[in-house]
Design a protein around this ligand. Structure first.
Ligand code: NOJ
Ligand code: CA
Length: 582
């Protein structure tokens, strides 16, 4: 039975399944729906509330399924529509909601609309569904403008009759013309197709890029012009108002989740107004380094922008497009400022994983929804040494390898030691579509299952607590007075999260009982790069805001029984920097 509490999307823990790399049921070395179905119990036990599936539709896979031929069919590599329907029902039986990925900016060049457009004449209604234009130069031999593809190279490809079509991504991903009403109708119908099959939410790919300035003006690629000719045009909002009306036409809560990469939080928040998308991914947080002041600013900025529009924040550390954060946090520059992806041999993986564990407790304690990218719960690092001839990402190929691309975060998951692919495929299967490093043997899910100190067990403990702590669902956060390199905040009356990003061990608040910590405490102190959740006593009424005053435990409920590291008393020195009487 589908769980139907209200506004689930405001606080859910959502797990991203990248179907190609999650689990291979039929042994062809490619993940599939049978594989996902066989692992639903793992997801239930992990404690997540929803799964977002990266595209599973019919596709030539020029961009790993983000080039869709038919949104109403499942790619045979993944399974069948009947199997997807079964999977949705089974997930619901496990109490897990389902989110599918819809790609509005473009389709595959094998989509029926595009093959018709390519074969039709210039100026035809078929071509009007896309952006076909004559070229510049005497013979039209130059592209219509100088726009560059986000994947490298020009954003235009020429067809045999001499016209050019626009593709902001790969040439196999022609951009749709959202000014054409047929495009709007078709996509609203696709939403209904999946909502009618019980899907609870839609992830909207490249959501801020659909509309284009029809004059297709050149712009200087070294600056981000305002207004931009194709990023964040006002017309986008009309599109999502239409989508929201479709979602709202269902009696229960169907959510729209935007992939909106915008630096300006106010512009970002406009997509989350009451009649538009429900939530959007927080890329500001994803790009922020392991740096307490920067994270504090990012968190405050996020909350302020969302409060304006009464939308919940989301917290994201990794996804299928960026370097896994275990690796990012192990680099000298832990932000994505140096590029979302980079070749960088200097990685302290143990340090990165230690920070990633603490970051998990941070993200799961913040107000709003949290996203977990598959394998993050195993502490997987980026795979940075995939041989050139095994790389698949068009970014790698279109930049002639200057950008390593995204294969390193898409390597098939290690499940156990039963087969050569660490249980990703059954015995005797073809090799996985991307090679798994041998070092992953020790990171497999089964091994972590039986190790109480593993990343997997930490995620499970934290997710279990998150699901039962009503303060983590409903209460706002309040920063505690803390040293600059420490993030400490409360949720509700008696929940405290403290993350130590400094190089020194830090005292904990007085009378706090540990609910879960990302590393063992050392002599009652919180070690560097460690996070902890505490049951703390209630604040004294009338305390100075921002300076929490902690009282003895006399009038509060006992701490819950063992969860994760166990509810242990933290031995806390009197001079606690966090909420010390003041
Ligand atoms: C964003 C997706 O997350 C990415 O994987 C894809 O390549 C582009 N959009 C184009 O669809
Ligand atoms: Ca398969």
């Amino acid at each position: 039975m589908t769980p139907r509490t209200t506004d689930w999307w405001r606080h859910a823990a959502i797990y991203q399944v990248y179907p190609r790399s999650f689990a291979d049921g039929n042994g062809d070395g490619i993940g599939d729906l049978a594989g996902v179905r066989s692992r639903l119990d793992y997801l239930r036990r992990l404690g997540i509330e929803a799964v977002w599936f990266s595209p599973w539709y019919l596709s030539p896979m020029a961009d790993a399924g983000y080039d869709v031929t038919d949104f109403r069919q499942i790619d045979p590599r993944f399974g069948t529509l009947a199997e997807a329907e079964k999977l949705i029902d089974e997930a619901h039986q496990y109490g897990i909601r389902v989110i599918v990925d819809i790609v509005p900016n473009h389709v595959s060049d094998e989509h029926a609309w595009f093959t018709a457009a390519r074969n039709a004449a210039p100026g035809s209604p078929e071509r009007d569904l896309f952006w076909f234009r004559d070229g510049r130069g005497e013979q039209g031999e130059l592209p219509p403008n100088e726009w560059q593809s986000i994947f490298g190279g020009p954003a235009w490809t020429r067809v045999p009759d001499g016209q050019w079509y626009l593709h902001l991504f790969a040439p196999e991903q022609p951009d749709l013309n959202w000014r054409n009403p047929l495009v709007r109708d078709e996509y609203e119908d696709v939403l209904r197709f999946w909502f009618d099959r019980g899907v609870d939410g839609i992830r909207v790919d490249s959501a801020a890029m659909c509309s284009k300035d029809p004059a297709l003006p050149d712009y200087d690629h070294t600056v981000f012009p305002d207004p931009h000719p194709y990023v964040d045009l006002d017309e986008n909002h009309d599109i999502y108002r239409g989508w929201r009306a479709v979602a709202d036409s269902y009696p229960d809560q169907r959510a729209l989740i935007g992939e909106v990469w915008l630096a300006d939080p106010a512009r970002f928040a406009r997509y989350l107004r009451a009649d538009e998308l429900h939530t959007a991914f927080n890329f500001d947080f994803l790009g922020c380094g392991w740096d307490a002041p920067a994270l504090r600013v990012c968190i405050d900025r996020t909350l302020a922008a969302h409060t304006e529009v009464e939308a919940p924040s989301t917290w994201v550390l990794s996804n299928h497009d960026v370097t896994r954060h275990v690796t990012r946090y192990g680099r000298p520059d832990t932000s994505t400022a140096a590029g979302i992806r980079q070749y960088n041999p200097v990685v302290d993986e143990d340090l990165g994983r230690r920070r990633a564990r603490a970051a998990a407790l941070l993200t799961m304690a913040l107000p709003g929804a949290v996203y977990i990218y598959q394998g993050e719960e195993l502490g997987l690092p980026e795979v940075e040494d995939i041989p050139a001839d095994r790389r698949d990402d068009p970014i790698y190929h279109r930049t002639q390898g200057r950008d390593p691309g995204r294969d390193g975060c898409r390597v098939p998951l290690p499940w156990d030691e039963s087969t050569e692919s660490y249980g990703f495929s059954p015995a005797g299967a073809e090799r996985p579509w991307l090679p798994q490093p041998t070092s992953w043997a020790r990171l497999n899910a089964a091994a972590q299952e039986s190790d109480p100190t593993s990343v997997l067990r930490l995620y499970r403990s934290a997710l279990a607590l998150r699901a039962t702590e009503s303060a983590l669902r409903d209460s706002p956060m309040n920063w505690l007075d803390a040293p600059e390199e420490v993030l400490a905040f409360t949720r509700g009356d008696d929940f405290t999260c403290m993350i130590n990003l400094s190089g020194a061990a830090m005292p904990l608040p007085r009378d706090g009982a540990v609910l879960v910590s990302s590393q063992p405490l050392s002599d009652g102190l919180l070690p560097p790069d460690t996070g902890v959740w505490l049951r703390t006593v209630r604040a004294v009424p009338g305390a100075v805001p921002g300076r929490r005053v902690l009282m003895p435990a006399a009038d509060r409920a006992p701490a819950p029984g063992n969860v994760g590291e166990g509810a242990r008393r933290a031995a806390v020195p009197a001079n606690s920097p966090v909420g010390g009487a003041g």
